[in-house]
Design a protein around this ligand. Structure first.
Ligand code: GTP
Ligand code: MG
Length: 310
């Protein structure tokens, strides 16, 4: 049988600003994956997370507590959190000892929301990089609240943060616009949703901003920022409604492609994934979506194996 060595593990590092929906995503994605028949282990790497809605296989809170750190070192919540991540970085043996018995599982890492951890602080990147040495192949799943689409200035700042995160974290990367179920409540968007997800011609955003007397003064700055984003040509988004199975399926498809899961242990799966990549279409997943839906409805645990063999 061709494919990855049995020790290779796959998973997702779920990152994004505070309140973007990371913990909710971990719950929704873990339920979806279990319905597909994958063995899932959710790892909480956020010491600030309280009352976790999912069953947690490993909790960083067992290693270091945010409250203890704040009290002992007289730090605020932000500084305390950064210290906790540095402490984890310095004690990765603990994490490895927790993860090794879970080999064979698909990992979801629920990460802290401090933006600096993903844009310039080194601890989280170093933890991910060490995991790669443990043959743990992660996709960074970066959630951004779709609310930001409603304001062109906020959307430009989100594009900058997403680009900085992609460059800093150094993992295969998928950006998501979360909470799509709420987008209609936020008011009418200035452009079609595709415009925000594809991130193509940003000059329209500039024109839209120029109509605001405040932002007119910053046109040159915004032009340079937009030019930078377009020059890298890296940022795009997938819309996510965590309640909608098709939406979660589309996300999973992109994540599996990014971390190589779809080229994994089953020869058949590898072949179909390679054909998909070759023809530039979602050959395997889209043809089996109907079947997966059917099995999801009946919660059949063997669905993934069966669909892979089609
Ligand atoms: N309507 C809606 N609400 C959501 C969705 N995802 C998350 N929420 C809500 O948004 C709030 C924040 O969600 P969390 O999952 O805790 O966000 P988080 O990114 O883990 O937050 P931090 O851990 O504080 O950084 C909660 O009240 C969730 O119920 C979604 O897809 N739709
Ligand atoms: Mg959380």
């Amino acid at each position: 049988m061709a494919g990855a060595a049995p020790t290779t593990a796959f998973g997702q590092a779920v990152i994004g600003p505070p309140g973007s929906g990371k913990t909710t995503y971990c719950l929704g994605m873990s339920e979806f994956l279990r319905a597909l028949g994958r063995r899932v282990a959710v790892v909480n790497l956020d010491p600030a997370n309280e009352g976790l809605p999912y069953e947690c296989a490993v909790d960083v809170g067992e290693l270091v507590g945010l409250g203890d750190v704040m009290d002992a070192l007289r730090l605020g919540p932000n500084g305390g959190l950064l210290y906790c991540m540095e402490y984890l970085e310095a004690n990765l043996d603990w994490l490895r000892a927790k993860l090794d018995p879970l080999r064979g599982h698909y990992f979801l890492f629920d990460c802290p929301g401090q933006v600096e951890l993903c844009t310039h602080h080194g601890a989280l990147r170093s933890i991910f990089s060490q995991m790669a040495h443990w043959d743990l192949r992660l996709t960074a799943v970066h959630l951004v609240d779709s609310h930001y689409c409603t304001d062109p200035a906020k959307f430009i700042s989100v594009l900058c943060t997403s680009l900085a995160t992609m460059l800093h974290v150094e993992l295969p990367h998928v950006n998501l616009l979360s909470k799509m179920d709420l987008i209609e409540h936020y008011g009418k968007l200035a452009f079609n949703l595709d415009y925000y997800t594809e991130v193509l011609d940003l000059s329209y955003l500039l024109d839209h901003l120029a109509s605001d007397p405040f932002f007119r003064h910053y046109r040159q700055l915004n032009e340079k920022l937009v030019q930078l984003i377009e020059d890298y040509s890296l940022v795009s988004f997938i819309p996510l409604n965590i309640q909608d199975k098709e939406s979660v399926q589309r996300v999973l498809q992109a994540v599996d492609k990014a971390n190589g899961y779809c080229f994994g242990v089953q020869e058949q799966r590898s072949l179909e994934a390679m054909m998909s990549a070759a023809v530039g279409a979602d050959f395997h997943f889209s043809t089996t979506l109907g079947l997966q839906e059917k099995y999801l409805a009946s919660s059949d645990q063997s669905v993934e194996q069966e669909t892979m063999q089609l």
